[in-house]
Design a protein around this ligand. Structure first.
Ligand code: PLP
Length: 396
């Protein structure tokens, strides 16, 4: 594969980006094509976004039809696609209301703000603390960053929000010793994506449910990466028995268009008043029109069954890989089509680069984990192809 000229070096983009990019031109199904025409199997899906794959003419058509009707009207008014999506999300989740933003981090900002409104109304002005967990990732805006206890992301931006506490993930004793009435919210990923594909245990979920209910703390499930079908369940909380008061969604919801959603239970919605929070573009009708079609597919029981089956197949293939490469792979972990390969002494950045040269796109998670979050429409043959490339690279 010759992709030597398919890279752009430090273009006039802000320095927060990488200084070298692989430049893609188009995609089809689970494959991406760079500007030289090289083909790559994509097991990253634009960081867990492109659930239905590339080149979707049906979604493009919905987008363009809606754009011809109305692209934007502000949140002083509403549109049919936005209201329809709100109905769909509440019906599928059993939640009572939805706030729409433009991204995952904004979905979490809304969740954190609503939790404080609720908590103050129930427990008084001082019940404002937040708890999040080691290795969590909740976003880059100031509030979400304050509950993302990662030195790399936080260090340049202190002081962040006060009253943000951290506990080890999946540690029941630590949870029992830290939580009390002074907390407004616990925010947690049912499966930590960025942090290393760490799966919440059912025991930890059950303790979270119990303690949040005992102290009237708002339990926020950040399902931005693991939600909307990726686990084989419509909502990732269901995979571990978590019973949140708020679910935040983003990434795949609008087929690659920017949209975030914060699903809230009635008790929280009842504490919120007009003007308490807002967003100019949130719930944009073009994004919502596409999201209606995407969620129709993602919530379909048959589609979810297929994700479970393909997830099991991927786990089996990766477990076999681990057995054949015990010196390279320490562990395989994940649920459905969010899987991690925990490396032993290998450098994940080097493996990812070699995979790229061999026509496979992968992601990193945590310090030493290869993250696989392919489009949910991936086939078993494509899973075979991807795992074969990983094996070839590990064998080099
Ligand atoms: N929460 C989780 C679990 C995520 O994985 C991400 C993004 O990777 C976010 C929040 C932030 O989402 P966004 O980048 O859309 O703001």
């Amino acid at each position: 594969m010759d992709n030597s000229n398919a890279y752009s070096v430090n273009p006039p983009l802000c320095r927060n980006y990488a200084d070298r990019f692989l430049v893609f031109e188009r995609g089809e199904g689970c494959y991406l094509y760079d500007i030289k025409g090289n083909r790559y199997l994509d097991m990253a899906a634009g960081i867990a976004v492109n659930a239905l794959g590339y080149g979707r003419k049906d979604l493009a058509q919905i987008m363009s039809r809606q754009a011809e009707k109305i692209i934007h009207c502000s949140n002083l008014y509403s549109t049919v696609p936005t209201l329809t999506l709100a109905q769909k999300l509440t019906a599928a989740s059993g939640f009572d209301a939805v706030f729409f933003g433009n991204s995952g981090t904004e979905a979490n900002e809304a969740a954190l703000k609503f939790a404080r409104i609720y908590s103050k109304s129930r427990k008084g002005e001082s019940a404002v603390a937040y708890l999040s967990f080691e290795s969590a990732f909740h976003g880059r805006t100031a509030g979400a960053l304050s509950v993302t206890p990662n030195e790399k992301y936080q260090k340049s931006y202190r002081p962040l929000l006060p009253e943000c506490h951290t506990a080890p993930f999946n540690d029941i004793q630590a949870l029992e010793s830290i939580l009390n009435e002074s907390f407004a919210a616990v925010i947690v990923e049912p499966i930590q994506g960025e942090g290393g594909i760490n799966v919440m245990t059912t025991e930890f979920a059950s303790k979270l449910n119990e303690l949040c209910s005992r102290f009237d703390i708002v339990l926020i499930a950040d399902e931005i990466q693991a939600g909307l079908g990726r686990t084989g369940f419509a909502f990732a909380s269901a995979a571990c028995g978590l019973k949140p008061d708020i679910i935040t969604l983003g990434k795949p919801i609008a087929g690659g268009l920017p949209l975030g959603a914060t699903l809230v239970k009635a008790k929280i919605n009842d504490a919120v008043h007009p003007g308490d929070h807002g967003s100019t573009f949130g719930g944009n009708p073009v994004c919502c029109a596409v999201a209606n079609a995407v969620t129709d597919t993602l919530f379909h029981p048959h589609f979810l069954e297929e994700v479970k089956e393909k997830g099991n197949y991927l786990t089996k293939k990766l477990t076999e890989l681990k057995e054949r490469h015990p010196d390279s792979i320490a562990e395989i972990r994940g649920v459905g089509l969010i899987q991690g390969i925990v490396l032993k002494d290998k450098n994940p950045a080097e493996i990812i680069e070699s995979c790229e040269k061999n026509g496979l796109i992968l992601l990193r998670a945590g310090a030493n984990v290869l993250r696989l979050v392919p489009p949910l429409v991936i086939s078993k043959e494509e899973i075979d192809e991807g795992t074969a490339i990983i094996e070839r690279v590990l064998s080099d």
